[in-house]
Design a protein around this ligand. Structure first.
Ligand SMILES: *Cc1c(COP(=O)(O)O)cnc(C)c1O
Length: 372
């Protein structure tokens, strides 16, 4: 890739980073065009007051667009927080487990779920209803394998395990217990039946925008569980009561989230079309893996393969290193797998164009041929 002093599209590589991750080019362009002056405002979005009329509009539009896109009904509140998905590992049990008489069930399908459960243990009784740890998190439970507690305070899942590349294709049956989901790495990648969930959380920097804002969707009746001794900034009710603005919110991150929502709706045609697009992109890479005669070995079992993070191994670590280095020379960036899994991880979020996936496919085919 040749360096262009003007930072134009021509010097952009295909970015397979797991997060922060690729953004739609048109979103970046709009943010650039409005950087010095928001239309009709005369100030940058980086400079405006979070209590200004201009930001009122950005916040209201983003909340409304997200509600419409996801089909969030009146039973659920939608709020924007900071602290990333990691803070939700703590806030969920602080608000929903502290003081409860029954344990919270956690289904562990990868590293993020395992990290979440550690924080929950600080707040109350926790029951691991299923874990994929013994097979290095390469699969999901069969329905009969989940050992649910009677009257669980809630059941926690991770819809897409970003590191292992394992994704629920539909939510598990959790009976009457509220289903809580860390949706960080597949948020806005497909439709989601919000009515089935007690709480959904997602940091934005994987698929929905940039770091700094975390989306929380919470069923209204669950807000009554929070205890009054919680610090205000760790209590969901504070954000609901103050319309996501108890203090200064991450103004720029919310603005970017709004641009991404509109891109999904207007350019990509909404979440159903987005999901079809993602399915088609993922199939291109899984086809290469499956027809490689074992040269490329997929990490996740086929039934739970992620459409966001495609994880695979090569016959040796040396070959993996050569693969990643060669890919970078072809403008295919950040393909190295997470250190805990090794191998290759191609993150192909919403904004990764089909052309990027096809370029990776061609590189994979060439690389295998070069080893024959
Ligand atoms: C990235 C990620 C996290 C951690 O997000 P932070 O915003 O860095 O705290 C948690 N869960 C999943 C599934 C993720 O992909």
């Amino acid at each position: 890739m040749t360096e262009r002093p003007d930072g134009s599209e021509a010097d952009r590589v295909f970015n397979f980073s797991a997060g922060p991750a690729v953004l739609p080019l048109s979103v970046l362009e709009q943010a650039r065009d409005e950087m010095l002056s928001l239309p009709g405002v005369g100030m940058s979005v980086l400079e405006i007051s979070h209590r200004s009329l201009a930001f009122d509009q950005i916040l209201e539009d983003t909340l409304a667009d997200l509600r419409q896109l996801l089909g969030i009904g009146t039973d659920h509140e939608l709020v924007f927080l900071q602290g990333g998905a990691s803070l939700q590992f703590s806030m969920v049990p602080m608000n929903l487990l502290r003081g409860q008489s029954s344990p919270a069930d956690y289904i562990l399908s990868g590293t993020w779920g395992a990290t979440a459960v550690k924080e929950a243990r600080r707040e109350g009784a926790v029951h691991v209803a299923w874990t994929g740890e013994n097979s290095r998190y390469d699969q999901l439970p069969a329905p009969g394998d989940i050992q649910r507690s009677p009257d669980a305070a809630y059941v926690h899942i991770t819809s897409n395990e970003t590191i292992q590349g394992v994704q629920w294709q539909r939510e598990p049956d959790v009976g009457a217990a509220p289903l809580i989901c860390d949706c960080s790495s597949d948020f806005l990648s497909r439709p989601i039946d919000v009515a089935k969930y007690g709480l959904i959380y997602a940091c934005a920097q994987k698929n929905a925008g940039i770091a700094g804002v975390t989306v929380v969707i919470i069923r209204k009746d669950l807000l009554e569980r929070s205890r009054d001794d919680l610090p205000a900034m760790l209590d969901y009710r504070t954000f609901v009561k103050n319309g996501s603005r108890p203090n200064t919110p991450p103004v720029f991150a919310i603005y970017m989230l709004g641009l991404v929502c509109r891109w999904v709706r207007d350019t990509m045609g909404g979440l159903t079309a987005m999901a079809d697009h993602n399915t088609a992109k993922a199939a291109i890479l899984y086809d290469v893996i499956d027809s490689s005669g074992g040269f490329y070995g997929g990490h996740a079992h086929p039934a739970c393969r992620s459409k966001m993070n495609v994880t695979f191994r090569l016959p040796s670590e040396e070959l993996e290193k050569a693969f990643v280095q060669g890919a970078a020379r072809h403008g295919l960036a950040d393909l190295k797998g997470h250190r805990s899994v090794g191998g290759i991880r191609a993150s192909i979020y919403n904004a990764m164009p089909t052309a990027g996936v096809e370029a990776l496919r061609d590189y994979m085919l060439d690389f295998q041929r070069s080893q024959a």
